[in-house]
Write a protein of this length. Structure first.
Length: 318
């Protein structure tokens, strides 16, 4: 494809849909010129980022654009015309996206056909407008570059929001379990509640309804006496196995060699944590096959389990 924006000769309408079978990046094109919609789609039709294609959503006015954002809260990039039904329709829509819909993740690229039009710097900053281009300078190669940068930033913001949400939710779960009197006297009931809550913690960072939680919480004394406090299989039932039968040898070796007050690692996709109490007793958590978790989800889960294991040692092992 050459470096110029070529206009398609025939009209075509958008068929906006909530379906997104390919897990595509959603790009909203909001412009009152049908030719702008056509050429943008043509330039980006084979675009991919991180192996995922794009899905186009279209609107032709401020009002239609607002409705589009009400229906889709996962738009990665919005290519937004400044002048539509009014001279500042695009600016007003950017304001509504940020202020009324509280959307601070979608990357907004303002685009105008008026080369002499200037947007005040404070407006760019206030509404977190991420780029501003005239239609003549936004060639096909520049458009693809802009979209790449915008989606990359969008992903970083989504990951950050998911992490913050996960931490907040995990701390709420911590508070709920720690304040529940039914878990204050029985170490086994407390440990089971912690294992049972792992799925809830992960669901706060992303959708992991298909993730089977298999693992255990146990103690190992300095004399190597072992006690499984709680265990869980994919059906949510106890494993009824020994630590050696549940944990692979390399995970057991990690626990054995751990001398720090807290240690954690991912070993062959399994998550292993160890909190060492002053007497030398180790409280351990083991979760099998956590390979689906990304870095943020892993950190949220580690933070949660560390807090809960430390609380366990103080409440029951001192």
């Amino acid at each position: 494809m050459n470096n110029q924006l070529l206009f398609a000769p025939e009209d075509q309408e958008f068929e906006n849909s909530n379906d997104n079978p390919c897990n595509a990046w959603k790009i909203a094109i909001i412009d009152d010129d049908i030719l702008v919609h056509q050429v943008t789609k043509m330039v980006l039709e084979d675009f991919t980022f991180d192996g995922r294609p794009v899905q186009f959503l279209g609107a032709f006015s401020q009002k239609e654009g607002y409705k589009l954002f009400e229906e889709h809260n996962d738009i990665a990039v919005c290519i937004l015309d400044v002048i539509m039904e009014t001279d500042d329709a695009g600016i007003k829509l950017a304001h509504d996206i940020r202020e009324k819909l509280n959307n601070d993740t979608t990357r907004i690229v303002l685009r105008t056909g008026q080369p002499g039009l200037s947007i005040e710097e404070d407006i760019i900053s206030k509404y977190c407008i991420n780029d501003y281009k005239t239609k003549t300078e936004l060639t096909s190669s520049k458009l693809r570059t802009v979209i790449t940068a915008c989606i990359r930033t969008y992903v970083e913001l989504i990951n950050l929001n998911n992490y913050n949400s996960g931490i907040k939710h995990s701390m709420e779960i911590c508070g709920s379990i720690l304040s529940d009197p039914s878990y204050s006297s029985e170490i086994a009931e407390y440990s089971k509640a912690v294992l049972d809550s792992v799925s809830d913690v992960l669901n706060a960072t992303n959708s992991h309804n298909d993730l089977d939680v298999i693992g255990l919480i146990a103690t190992i004394s300095e004399s190597s006496s072992e006690q499984i406090l709680a265990s869980i299989n994919e059906q949510g039932s106890p494993l009824n196995k020994t630590i050696a039968e549940i944990m692979p040898a390399n995970a057991q070796e990690f626990i054995l060699n751990s001398s720090q007050q807290f240690a954690a690692d991912i070993i062959d996709s399994d998550l292993v944590l160890c909190v060492k109490e002053e007497s030398g007793t180790k409280c351990i958590a083991f979760l099998k096959d956590m390979a689906k978790l990304d870095d943020n989800e892993t950190q949220v889960l580690l933070s949660y389990l560390r807090t809960m294991l430390q609380a366990l040692t103080k409440r029951f092992l001192h």
